[in-house]
Design a protein around this ligand. Structure first.
Ligand code: 8DG
Ligand code: MG
Ligand code: MG
Length: 146
């Protein structure tokens, strides 16, 4: 009866950088609702991190990422959320004009999950950030200098 035993899941998310800005969308979700987060989602069976990054960015924003590189990984236990969850989150980076064709414009392809995608300057990040991202920023992580 009830839910099966919960397990940690793997997520892949992308720091998509453009000049001094990065792409963020405000979540519509039982996890981190109304907070600003990176594009990304669940690693599927058989995928590489790079494949997952490109697929999730394409599904959520329509942007075609050529390449992406691994930056870091964090362990995110979120038992206080309306939907309790635990993610091992892989953070990738892709740079507009280098790994991604510069003139592409992000579209909100999953409006049930996101209010819209916007470029935000690193020095003027919106609030509140999604918990896992907020913790990294507070700890001094910088995707431009990693
Ligand atoms: P999918 O069905 O497309 O695979 O999943 P999704 O609907 O796109 O999943 P998601 O919630 O966007 O991402 C999966 C989990 O990744 C999320 O619940 C928690 C974790 N996660 C972080 N940091 C971030 C982040 O900055 N952005 C996103 N999108 N997810 C993040 O730990
Ligand atoms: Mg997704
Ligand atoms: Mg997502």
């Amino acid at each position: 009866n009830g839910d099966p035993t919960p397990v940690p899941r793997v997520a892949v998310v992308v720091f998509l950088l453009k000049g001094r800005s990065l792409l963020l969308g405000r979540r519509r979700s039982a996890v981190g609702n109304a907070t600003y987060a990176l594009p990304g989602g669940h690693l599927e069976f058989g995928e590489s991190f790079e494949e997952c990054a490109a697929r999730e960015v394409k599904e959520e924003t329509g942007l075609d990422i050529g390449k992406s590189e691994f930056l870091t990984v964090t362990n995110n236990v979120m038992l206080e959320q309306p939907k309790k969850c635990h993610y091992v989150t892989i953070f990738m980076r892709s740079v507009m004009g280098v790994d991604v064709e510069e003139e592409q414009v992000p579209q909100n392809l999953e409006p049930d999950k996101c209010d819209g995608w916007e470029w935000h300057e690193w020095d003027h990040l919106p609030h509140p950030l999604f918990g896992p991202l907020e913790r990294m920023v507070k700890a001094g992580f910088n995707p431009f200098s990693s």
